[in-house]
Design a protein around this ligand. Structure first.
Ligand code: NAP
Ligand code: HSE
Length: 441
């Protein structure tokens, strides 16, 4: 058996602690599979006194992740701190400079600095592995980078954030508030340190940017992604979607067109009969359309300590076996093509619109006319049952807004948002209209 592979793990939170426990639990089997023992030599976190559910008696403690990254006592630096800058960025750069292999789950860092870090690793002939950075326990990085090497990918899309899918699922099933579901997701270790990254769609965008680069061989371009999160989704939308035969999912979609790539992240109404609609809770799904293999869909837990640790350890095992690639994106960093953004008019889709309309004669007709002015045809329109009326003296039925749900035929986002701006300006609605794209996936 070869000499042991020595690890330094920085970050002992949800993911780091699970990695340490997995390595201890499966040490013997991993040594057999990899042909050498994998040994935890050193760790780093902020608070040395915190109980993490395992003993640190036989490992060295570092207070500074940069010092751990440069330690001559480790072969692999495992970065599980998080964040696009600060300690995570400094320590990953230090590790690569010192010639250490790096394993990270940090999509925020790679979405910002991935191409540069890939070039640095390549120059040093070491690996920078990031299976855990996208879709938790789903092995999508290896699938795109290695298993699909013989394919041209035309589209990659999916549910890429466990926290958001967990929130939407529980809101639908249990009629719970957004805030309650988010708190539970945080308690379960699914959410980012700042959950705005999850619910604002930014975490999905970080992951999508990495998938896009792997799928199309382009440079990573997070700034080209249109990002819309789920914070504006209400129980009323989820219930309306359910009644209309849809579910609401936060999707990341990247498509190659004749004029370039389109990347977008937004909450989407998908038919209940579609595969993606049936992905519930913390599960993620990544679908890939490719020329030779056809359509692939990978489903699995997208967040949480154990599922993520599974991916981190698979990257460590590749280093131990000597099979880890030294080009992080499956091609030389210098060969990643400049990102070419699709410059054509945005794609067309159907839309779901929810309006709170004052119950006044002609209001509905005026709304329909505004849509027609922009060539938007309506597939269905439903005026929901009258909301309980306030008893305030002098209050009329016309002052009480009524929920109206519209489904449009295909139109552009620009046409729809211009029409809704106009409807709002006309004064027929009591609050900003809600609208969501419908995708027939
Ligand atoms: P977490 O629970 O907040 O843990 C972060 C760890 O980093 C903590 O142990 C913290 O130390 C340590 N830390 C923070 N700043 C530090 C610094 N300046 N120096 C040294 N240590 C520092 O985060 P997590 O959920 O495990 O996520 C870690 C990474 O994995 C992130 O990049 C995240 O995006 C990614 N990820 C997470 C999941 C998931 O389901 N949670 C899934 C996939 C990927 P203390 O414990 O002492 O405070
Ligand atoms: N916060 C992320 C999520 C962790 O909920 O998907 C996994 O990347």
């Amino acid at each position: 058996m070869q000499s042991s592979l020595r690890l330094g793990v920085a970050g002992l939170g949800t993911v780091g602690a699970s990695v340490v426990k997995l390595l201890a639990r499966h040490a013997d089997d991993l040594a057999i599979r990899c042909g050498r023992p994998i040994v935890l030599r050193a760790v780093c976190a902020r608070d040395r006194t915190k109980d993490r559910g395992f003993s640190l008696a036989h490992v060295n403690w570092f207070q500074d992740p940069v010092k751990l990254a440069m330690s001559p006592d480790i072969d692999v630096f495992v970065e599980l701190i998080g964040g696009a800058s600060g300690a995570a960025e400094a320590s990953v750069r230090a590790a690569l400079d010192a010639g250490k292999h790096v394993v990270t789950a940090n999509k925020a860092l790679l979405a910002r600095h991935g191409v540069e870090l890939a070039a640095l690793a390549e120059k040093r002939g070491i690996s920078l592995n990031f299976e855990a950075a996208v879709a938790g326990g789903i092995p999508i990085i290896k699938t795109l980078r290695e298993a699909l090497a013989g394919n041209q990918v035309s589209r990659v899309y999916g549910i890429l954030n466990g926290t958001c899918n967990y929130i939407l699922t529980r809101m639908e099933r249990e009629k719970l508030s957004f805030e309650t579901c988010l708190k539970d997701a945080q308690a379960l270790g699914y959410a980012e340190t700042d959950p705005t990254f999850d619910i604002g769609g930014f975490d999905t965008a970080h992951k999508l940017a990495l998938l896009t680069a792997l799928a199309f061989g382009s440079q990573i371009d997070i700034d080209s992604i249109e990002i819309d999160g789920i914070s504006r989704i209400t129980l009323a939308d989820i219930e309306a979607a359910d009644e209309l035969g849809y579910r609401i999912k936060l999707l990341g979609i990247a498509e190659m067109g004749p004029n370039g790539i389109e990347q977008r992240v937004h909450p989407t109404m998908v038919p209940k009969s579609s595969a993606i609609a049936r992905i519930d809770g913390v599960l993620n799904a990544v679908a890939v359309d490719a020329d030779y293999v056809g359509e692939l869909i990978l489903v699995g837990p997208g967040a949480g300590g154990n599922a993520t640790a599974s991916s981190v350890v698979s990257d460590i095992a590749d280093v131990a076996r000597g099979t880890a690639l030294t080009n992080m994106m499956g091609r030389p960093a210098g060969n990643m093509q400049p990102y070419r953004r699709n410059a054509t008019e945005r794609l067309q889709s159907g839309y779901y619109v929810r309006l709170s309309v004052y119950d006044r004669p002609g209001a509905l007709a005026a709304i329909v006319a505004r849509l027609a002015e922009r060539d938007i045809s309506i597939e269905s329109i439903v005026q929901r049952s009258r909301a309980p009326r306030a008893d305030a003296p002098g209050m009329h039925a016309r002052d009480v807004p009524q929920p109206v749900i519209l489904i449009s035929y295909e139109t552009s986002e620009r046409a729809m948002s211009e029409a809704l701006d106009q409807i709002r300006a006309d004064g027929h609605v009591s609050e900003p209209p809600q609208f969501l794209r419908i995708e027939q996936l």
